[in-house]
Design a protein. Structure first.
Length: 426
């Protein structure tokens, strides 16, 4: 393939940083069906904050024909001349935790409409082993009329974006690659290796690369579930979990996981993808699902612990006013996908408490659309019966929280960022 022209399908937290990176070396077309998103990006602004505006503006082009640079569009005609199509759409789960592959199907239909002989389609979306070849490829063949591994080829390179992390950016994280044939595997690997400074690892097959992605986050999920269970046990014993972890961490091979709410688009989702595929083979994954049950129940647990503290201080819970600090799924980023802070809020509301949520990072419109909750970016000038820190945003670490409490009010610190200043912490 002499001339490389890349189309990135989906310009969210994964797609945009990747498109920006490829655009430094290749002509790159960023495609997204969200016209508001395209308008925002073409204005040189990224509301996800994953790509700095100045960096984005440096690679933007106002035309699809270019030697290098990024052109963003919602018009399928603009990607018909590309020969690499990289799919970076979300793969969530539904209310019963079953994988939703609809975005992948729709993206495959889009690519199928412009697919040509010799083209390569690379998927980055997190999936269970087999989705690329068993689910996506048939869609490409049906829509394009072309034959897989004869007329067009495929690859899989799992995304490793860490939202909000300005140190481990996409080019600084080693990339796993794979291809539908050995030759295509090398070709896909070379493409990524040309921009990923951390290096690449060529997996022997697409299914191996898919499996590697889901176990990365499943492993983290299980480890966090373990320390969440420890936090519950030590809380009953009157022992500070963070002090225990600090002491245990002095051993060279102790893994530094901390308790907390586990949400987001990866750790809180990927284990369900692996579990579903395992169940299709007749195996019920006990440890994976046990970890998920533990972590999915932490929002309810935190709410109950807050209520206990309030009752111990003779604070009437029903009708009380509680300040919740943070609603994003992790600190210092605006990403609210699958955030478990919502579980804390909803469970406190069950007790009849009035909740005010302050988050300087989250989009108020997005939170309201996704969860039906109202948030504020202005710190309320009121006094509260309780303050709950559900997210460790940097803005919260030095706040004078006690001045915002009513007499005998309580502070519950989920992430343990306040050290000795909280009445309780996970």
């Amino acid at each position: 393939m002499s001339t490389i022209k890349i189309a990135i399908i989906g310009l969210g937290y994964v797609g945009l940083p990747l498109a920006r990176l490829f655009a430094t070396k290749y002509p790159t077309i960023g495609f997204d069906i969200n016209q508001t998103r395209i308008k925002e990006l073409n204005a040189g602004q990224d509301k996800t904050l994953e790509v700095e505006d100045s960096v984005l503006q440096a690679v933007l082009s106002n035309k699809a024909e270019m030697e290098t640079g990024l052109f963003c569009t919602s018009n399928i005609e603009d990607i018909k001349d590309c020969n690499y199509y990289i799919v970076t759409v979300p793969t969530p789960v539904d209310s019963t935790n079953r994988p939703i592959l609809t975005p992948l199907y729709k993206a495959s239909e889009t690519v199928g409409q412009v697919l040509k002989t010799g083209d390569v389609v690379v998927y980055e979306s997190t999936v269970y082993p087999g989705v690329t070849e068993d689910e996506c490829i048939p869609v490409l063949e049906k829509i394009s009329g072309l034959t897989f591994n004869k007329d067009f080829f495929a690859g899989y390179s799992p995304e490793r974006i860490n939202p909000g992390d300005k140190e481990h950016t996409v080019e600084k994280i080693l990339k796993v690659t794979s291809g539908s044939t050995p030759e295509i595997g090398r070709q896909v690997n070379d493409l990524y290796a040309s921009v990923i400074t951390a290096g690449t690892h060529l997996a022997p097959s697409i299914k191996v690369a898919e499996a590697a992605k889901v176990i990365e986050n499943s492993q983290r999920d299980i480890n966090i579930a373990f320390v969440n269970e420890l936090a519950k046990i030590f809380n009953l014993m009157g022992i500070d979990t963070h002090e225990v972890l600090e002491a245990a961490g002095t051993k060279w091979n102790f893994l530094p996981f901390k308790p907390g709410l586990v949400g987001g688009h990866c750790i809180g989702v990927d284990p369900y993808y692996l579990a579903q595929k395992a169940q299709e083979f007749g195996y019920h994954p006990e440890i994976i699902l046990a970890g998920r049950r533990m972590n999915d129940g932490m929002g309810k647990y935190v709410a109950s612990e807050v209520v206990k503290l309030m009752v111990q201080n003779d604070i009437k819970v029903k009708g009380s006013h509680i300040l919740n600090l943070g609603i994003t799924f992790k600190e210092n980023c605006p990403d609210v996908r699958n955030t478990k802070a919502v579980d804390v809020i909803n469970n406190l509301r069950i007790y009849g408490a009035n909740i005010t949520t302050y988050d300087p990072w989250a989009s108020q419109e997005e939170v309201n659309h996704e969860y039906g909750l109202h948030t504020t970016k202005e710190l309320p000038n009121s006094k509260f019966d309780a303050i709950v820190l559900t997210v460790a945003h940097k803005e919260f670490s030095n706040m004078d929280l006690k001045s915002m409490l009513k007499q005998d009010g309580v502070i519950y610190d989920v992430k343990g960022i306040l050290q000795d200043r909280a009445n309780g912490r996970l």
